[in-house]
Design a protein around this ligand. Structure first.
Ligand SMILES: Cc1cc2nc3c(=O)[nH]c(=O)nc-3n(C[C@H](O)[C@H](O)[C@H](O)COP(=O)(O)O)c2cc1C
Length: 251
């Protein structure tokens, strides 16, 4: 990523980010995992609810079953990585705590679903940054929501929890080209929302993205960002709301 503004060590790590999907077999030292989890727990949390649980999937058979549930594109690197974490949004613990303390129930509504999802994502991104600062590579795995009921059964997730995403972590065994980001003018507006901000700049971004895809795929594809987004939206996951209702959420 191009740098605007001052460079610190942390900003340097952030700007070098690139998802890694191929890992060396070396295990991650236990104390590195400790540091990664500590970094996750240091994240800000809505009302300090800390509404997440991290599951390190250590058993090979479970990992392999999980890989199958997350789809063919993810299976290989999920099984191969030395550390796989499942990040669960978790209102179950809070519900039990307030029930015992005051006879209350956590309202499992959209507000609390958002609180738990945001808490989980903030902790996960802290962990990702910590891992990358140690020279490890990571990739998020939203594929964990392809079959959320199967994942929940496999990992024993109780009501008022759900798997938000997985994360593969390991020593990088590839050095992919970084994906270009949207121009700053598109995502950063001053004063008020500028509905037309993206229209012109997106044309050049699409060309840049086409060149990037072409280079990264060795000439197999040169899809623009717009084209890729249309493809992704046409093939969106569905059915998650039904699963959430089964987990006790009121949507
Ligand atoms: C919540 C979330 C879910 C993701 N799920 C997947 C996934 O299932 N499989 C995968 O290969 N990459 C996945 N990614 C990685 C994105 O594709 C990647 O971050 C994005 O294309 C930008 O590329 P970069 O991380 O290399 O800069 C996911 C990223 C996020 C934030």
């Amino acid at each position: 990523m191009p740098l605007l503004g001052p460079l610190t060590e942390t900003i340097g790590v952030l700007l070098r980010h690139c998802s890694i999907r191929k890992y060396k077999p070396n295990p991650i030292p236990d104390e590195w995992l400790d540091a990664i989890v500590s970094a996750a727990q240091a994240a800000s949390s809505s009302s300090h609810m800390q509404a997440y649980t991290i599951i390190a999937v250590t058993n090979d058979v479970t990992r392999s079953k999980l890989g199958e549930l997350c789809g063919e594109a993810n299976r290989t690197f999920m099984v191969q990585c030395p550390l796989f974490l499942v990040w669960c949004a978790d209102l179950n613990r809070l519900d039990a705590v307030v029930e015992e303390a005051a006879g209350l129930q956590v309202p499992a509504d959209i507000e609390h679903l958002l609180i738990a999802s945001v808490d989980t994502a903030l902790a996960a991104q802290n962990a990702a940054l910590a891992a990358e600062s140690l020279g490890l590579g990571i990739v998020y795995v939203g594929g964990i929501r392809n079959h959320p009921a199967g994942v929940s059964k496999l990992l024993g997730l109780p009501r008022l929890t759900f798997p938000l995403f997985g994360m593969s972590i390991g020593f990088p065994d590839e050095n992919p080209l970084q994906r270009p980001r949207l121009p700053r003018s598109v995502v950063f507006h001053e004063g008020r929302y500028d509905a037309g901000a993206w229209k012109e700049d997106i044309v050049e971004y699409d060309s840049e993205h086409s060149r990037y895809t072409n280079e990264r795929s060795g000439g197999h594809s040169s899809i623009s960002w717009t084209g890729r987004m249309a493809d992704r939206i046409a093939n969106s996951r569905s059915g998650f709301a039904t699963f959430l209702k089964d987990q006790g959420f009121r949507l």
